[in-house]
Design a protein around this ligand. Structure first.
Ligand code: NAD
Length: 364
């Protein structure tokens, strides 16, 4: 299977779909890889490293010649879809739940599209789970950003000049990103508490040395392990309960998401106003509307003296390691779709069928 790796064109996207280390493994497994010149440079991977790994370098115009597959990070633009040959396999974050027009364009163009978001969360698909790998990076980066923006140190300090109390960090949403945020904040010495509507995570939160807030709000868990949306009464109760806790926090990291739905609103403006000046909120849900009412997507703002970071692509800010992890996810999916480098799509198989969001004559 000949696979092309384009340079990402989405604004602010620094990651690359395959890194040289994975290219070498794929070449050894029977794949032929073509990499657009400069594709890895923003993530710290030079063109020479790709050629050493066995890839061919190509210019934009010739990259897709003979390509049976294209692997990318962000979804392709309309123009990029036009350039694909019919039947080409496309792999990437294709936003199947939030960009139906883009999926329809892929289907209409006759490509076979696999969305990393749609890979079933079954045990044997874990090596392909890019939502988890990138959420891990985002959770880490959220805490590092918060520590940087905060005027308060995270650890307890006992010095000749007296004692400094540790920072108090609250993590809302304890899925993959939230658990990594808890672990990172703990390593920096903060006192961490967390909340999630799935009661099953209480034990995981506590095993990381954080305390679990009991707010009396619980959501059903779907078969895929995701939370369902709260009723409006539950939402109101959650906001009221949280408002009491948020006032005493130095840092709040929010990661609460419900797949395909706007982000749940956890922190109303009044709760921000109750925080001390100099506190920090990092809102990982900014792209889907934000967990905080005052979040501005893609921006960092100061409201009521509180810094609110609403960057929408934190993994891209850690492009080297985010790409390393993503590349392994993509490679595992490629080897599933093309054992020994020979494309063999079986749409009766759970993983292939689940991840496929568009193919000729079929809509996801
Ligand atoms: P996600 O990104 O969709 O959501 C993040 C968190 O927000 C979730 O924990 C969710 O419960 C929480 N949330 C939703 N609404 C909330 C609200 N109103 N208030 C507070 N929190 C709220 O989830 P995710 O991180 O992708 O993980 C979801 C689940 O999938 C987890 O149980 C995770 O362990 C599981 N998972 C399973 C596999 C597997 O292969 N079996 C792989 C990865 C994750």
């Amino acid at each position: 299977m000949r696979v092309a790796v384009p340079r990402e064109t989405a604004i602010g996207e620094r990651r690359v779909a395959l890194v040289p280390e994975t290219v070498a493994r794929l070449c050894a497994a029977g794949f032929a890889i073509a990499v657009e010149r400069g594709a890895g440079s923003a993530a710290g991977f030079a063109d020479e490293a790709y050629t050493e790994a066995g890839a061919q370098l190509a210019d934009t115009g010739s990259l897709l010649e003979g390509a049976e597959g294209v692997v990318r990070v962000a979804r392709p633009s309309a123009g990029e879809i036009e350039a694909l040959g019919p039947g080409t396999v496309v792999i990437g974050f294709l936003s199947p739940l939030t960009d139906p027009d883009g999926i329809e364009r892929l289907r209409h163009h006759g490509v076979v599209a696999f969305a990393m978001e749609s890979i079933p969360r079954i045990t044997r698909a874990q090596p392909m789970d890019a939502l988890s790998s990138q959420a891990t990076v985002a959770g880490y980066k959220a805490v590092v950003l918060a520590a940087d923006r905060s005027a308060k140190m995270f650890p307890l300090l006992m010095t000749a000049a007296g004692t400094i109390a540790p920072a108090r960090v609250l993590v809302l949403g304890a899925g993959v990103a939230g658990l990594q945020a808890i672990a990172t904040a703990r390593r920096l010495g903060a006192v961490v508490s967390a909340f999630d509507v799935r009661p099953a995570v209480k034990e995981q939160v506590e095993s990381l040395g954080a305390s679990f807030l009991e707010l009396g709000v619980r959501a059903e868990e779907t078969a895929g392990g995701y939370a369902t949306e709260l009723t409006s009464e539950q939402q109101a109760q959650q906001q009221a309960e949280l408002e009491r806790h948020i006032a005493g926090m130095d840092v709040v990291i929010t990661t609460a998401l419900v797949p395909g739905r706007p982000a749940p609103r956890l922190i109303p403006a009044a709760a921000v106003a109750s925080m001390r000046a100099g506190s920090v909120i990092v809102d990982l849900a900014a792209e889907t509307g934000g967990n905080c009412e005052l979040t501005a997507a893609g921006e960092e703002v100061v409201r009521e003296g509180v810094t609110i970071v609403g960057f929408t692509n934190l993994p891209s800010l850690m492009a080297t390691d985010a790409s390393r992890l993503y590349s392994r996810n993509v490679s595992a999916l490629l080897q599933h779709l093309a054992p020994n480098g020979e494309l063999a799509l079986d749409f009766d198989e759970e993983l292939t069928a689940g991840a496929c969001v568009a193919r000729p004559e079929v809509t996801a």
